[in-house]
Structure formats: C-alpha cells, structure tokens
Design a protein around this ligand. Structure first.
Ligand code: GLN
Length: 431
C-alpha cells in the first residue's frame, strides 16, 4: 500500500469530510484522487447525505463502486457536499451550508452533486463520483464547466447508494476531461448481484473522435420557453461544430416532454416517501453503547429530523400514494413515463444521439431560486433521460456572461460509448 496526504484548500466548501491520510494500491487508477458524494457508503468514513438525520453514521460496508475504485488503486480522499438526500439543484439544501461555484463564488455550483463538481472544477481532486436522479450529475457538471455522465440505468451498481428514487437514479463519473471520465467509468460499470437491477454490461472503451456519419437529433422542445436564448445559441453552435466534425444534425420533436417534469417529480417523491421511512432516528446514526445514550441519540435525531425540502417531498409522495389519489397521480405519472420512453425509442430509430442544452440557464446566484417550484422547473431538460433510463452526459461547450454552458448528449440504452465518443470529438475538435 502507498500513502498520500490530502489537505485541500477547500475555500468553496466542496467537502463534508476529508481523509487526511489515504492509502491506495496498484491498478488502473493507482494514486488517482477521487471524491465521493456523501450519499454513497464508505466503510469507516462518515456518510451523512448532508442531513442531520445521518450525522455521525459510519457505514460498516463500502458501496459496490467504492470497492471497485479501491481495487483499481484509486485514492478515496473525501466525501462531498450535496443537497440533503439529493433533493435540490443548487447544493443549498445541505445542513452543512452551501458549496460555492469555483468559477464565481456568488453563484451556486448546481446540484445535487454540487460538492463533487466543485471539487473537480477547483482542481482539488482528479475526478469524482456523483448520483443522478433527475439531473444531479449533469446540472453541476454544466454549472461548473466539467463533464459528468449519468450511465444507462443498470450499468453501475447502486448497492450502497443511499436511495432517493431508485427507479430513476444512477451513480456516475465526473471529470475535467473525457479520457479521465472514461477511465473512471470503466472501473465502475459492470454486473453486481447485490443490485437487483444490475445489468451485465461492462464498459471497456477507448474514446474515439470518429463521429463521421453520426446522426444527431435536436429536439425543438428542449429550446423552448424558459431556456435562455444565449444558452440555446451556444448549444446550437456546438451542434454546428459536431457537424463540421462529420456528424449530421436535424431538428426533431419529443412531444411527451410536456409531461416529463411532473411525472419525474411525482415518481421521485413517491419513491422517496418509501425509501426515507427507514430514517426513523433508531436505525442509523452515531453508534450507541448504552441504553441511556441510545435514548439520547434517538431523541436528538427525532428533534433534528429532516430539512424543509426533504419533509416537503416526503409529504408530497405520501399524499400522491394515498388511496384515492394513487390513480390520479402515481399511475398517471407512470403512463407519462412510458410516453417519454416511447418517444425516445422512436427518435433513436432515426438518430444515434440527441443533443440539447443541459440546463435552461447558467449557474444562478445564491438566493435567486427561493421558490421551490422554480427550482424544480430548472430540471426540465435533464429529467427525460432519467425517466427513460438512457445514458446522458453534460460537457462544457461555451460561455454566457463568463459562466459555462453545458451541452447534453443522450444516447440509446447501453450506448454510453457513443455519447462519450461524441463528447470526445467535440472536446478535441473544439480546441
Ligand atoms: N434536482 C432534482 C431534484 O431536486 C434532481 C435531484 C437528483 O438528481 N438527485 O430532485
């Protein structure tokens, strides 16, 4: 075992916990520093989901991806800040306080994997791991100007990921360049019997810049109302660049887009209301040795409880699943989800890749998004890929007002390789 010390200058508050002395072994990621979002279990390292409810919880086991990273020689240097339980788009919903955008400290880094993106963008680590339920890898990647991938559903094990909405979410890699992202992903992907939705599709791909003949669909609905026209223009320019590199782009349509956001929020809050029921102040938290300390810990946790946004979501989800409302909300949302899947299925007959902006705007300033509904709306462009389970990534493609703009590339199920190649072609071709 080799050792490294990790004392980052974390002026953006990317980390909740750092590991000052890290041991690492040999392997394809030997000595590469990796930051892990704080909703992914790490044996012996506190894992809080940025919630008071889990403060002091030290998992007795590693998430599957963490085991894989360690076996590949990666140096796990710390746990990153996030919106509590992944619920948010700015990392402001953390009990530890927000993370700052390294490119402008008055702006949010995006969320919910904001700490992971900020750590990468600030150069504190080589790469990071996030989770994406409705855009939580791609949004902060877009706001901080890095690359983030939400893999095809099932390709990366969720064993050890503290669930928010398990039918939508995936763990994925975040990095400053495509090659590092691809290297990290090749270690993470693959079958794990401990995750019932795991699929045996390992990733062992060397990115290629050859996109000759690639057919790109550009859906009108992703450039509609609410999308900053300057952001739309940068993304259109990026698509032109891809065309100059050999691709062929065409406008197309995804009509079910109008249901996607509501469907995603109904499904995710319903799943959250069930997943979070285990946090009752008894099962998880600091270790307790005596009955007296057990009693104290229990009442402390009860008092501390969940933050406002988490409570809002649990109530929403419980309501939507209640007898009498179930058909009106949950069932309808599942029907809408199927429409989104069908639309993508149809589009992928004509196109290999779908391109769009990742976010409707650049990173917003702190406090700008105080209305939760406005915040939900900003996920409109990322949630369709979660509903459909298709791979989607965000890479930086330009700037508006000095802040990065994210280009979102979506692919067919299990064709993560193709969107990675497209990103690589753009990255190499645009310099
Ligand atoms: N921003 C979305 C939400 O608040 C998505 C979060 C996520 O992907 N974890 O639910």
């Amino acid at each position: 075992m080799k050792k490294l010390t990790f004392h980052p200058d974390d002026s953006v508050h990317a980390f909740i916990t750092t590991v000052p002395e890290v041991s690492y072994g040999d392997g394809p990621l030997s000595g590469i520093t990796v930051a892990i979002k704080d909703n992914i279990s790490t044996r012996g390292i506190e894992t809080t989901c940025a919630s008071k409810m889990l403060k002091g919880y030290i998992p007795p086991y590693d998430a599957h991806v963490v085991t894989l990273l360690k076996n590949a020689g990666a140096a796990i240097v710390g746990k990153t800040n996030m919106d509590e339980f992944g619920m948010g788009t700015s990392t402001e919903n953390s009990v530890y306080g927000p993370t700052l955008n390294p490119l402008d400290h008055n702006r949010v880094p995006g969320g919910s994997s904001g700490g992971s993106a900020a750590a990468v963008a600030a150069g504190l680590v080589d790469c990071a791991i996030g989770s994406d339920t409705g855009g939580s890898i791609r949004c902060p990647a877009s706001f901080c100007g890095i690359i983030g991938l939400k893999p095809t559903y099932g390709r990366v094990s969720r064993y050890g990921l503290i669930a928010f909405a398990n039918s939508l979410e995936q763990i994925g890699p975040m990095a400053r360049d495509v090659i590092t992202l691809s290297k990290l992903y090749s270690v993470m992907a693959g079958y794990d019997p401990r995750d019932g939705t795991s699929v045996d599709k390992p990733y062992s791909h060397t990115p290629s810049t050859d996109i000759d003949g690639l057919r790109i669909g550009v859906p009108d609905e992703f450039f509609g109302e609410g999308v900053n026209p300057k952001v739309a223009e940068e993304v259109k320019k990026a698509v032109d660049t891809l065309e100059s590199l050999g691709a062929k782009a065409e406008p197309c349509s995804l009509p079910s887009m109008k249901y996607a956001l509501s469907a995603c929020y109904v499904i995710s809050t319903c799943e959250a209301s069930s997943n979070l029921a285990r946090f009752d102040g008894i099962r998880f938290g600091p270790g307790v040795e005596t009955l007296k300390s057990w009693h104290d810990a229990f009442s402390d946790h009860r008092k501390a409880g969940f933050g406002k946004e988490v409570r809002r979501r649990v109530i929403l989800g419980t309501f939507s699943l209640a007898a009498g409302y179930y058909g009106r909300y949950y069932q309808k949302a599942q029907t809408a989800r199927q429409l989104v899947r069908n639309d993508f299925h149809r589009l992928f007959k004509d196109y290999d890749v779908i391109a769009s902006p990742t976010m409707p705007d650049i990173a917003f300033r702190f406090g700008k998004m105080s209305d939760p509904l406005m915040m939900y709306l900003s996920d409109i462009l990322t949630v369709p890929a979660n509903l459909a389970g298709i791979p989607a990534l965000s890479l930086s493609c330009g700037k508006v007002d000095g802040m990065p703009v994210g280009l979102q590339l979506m692919g067919r199920h299990f064709e993560d390789e193709r969107i990675i190649d497209t990103a690589f072609a753009f990255e190499q071709g645009a310099v």
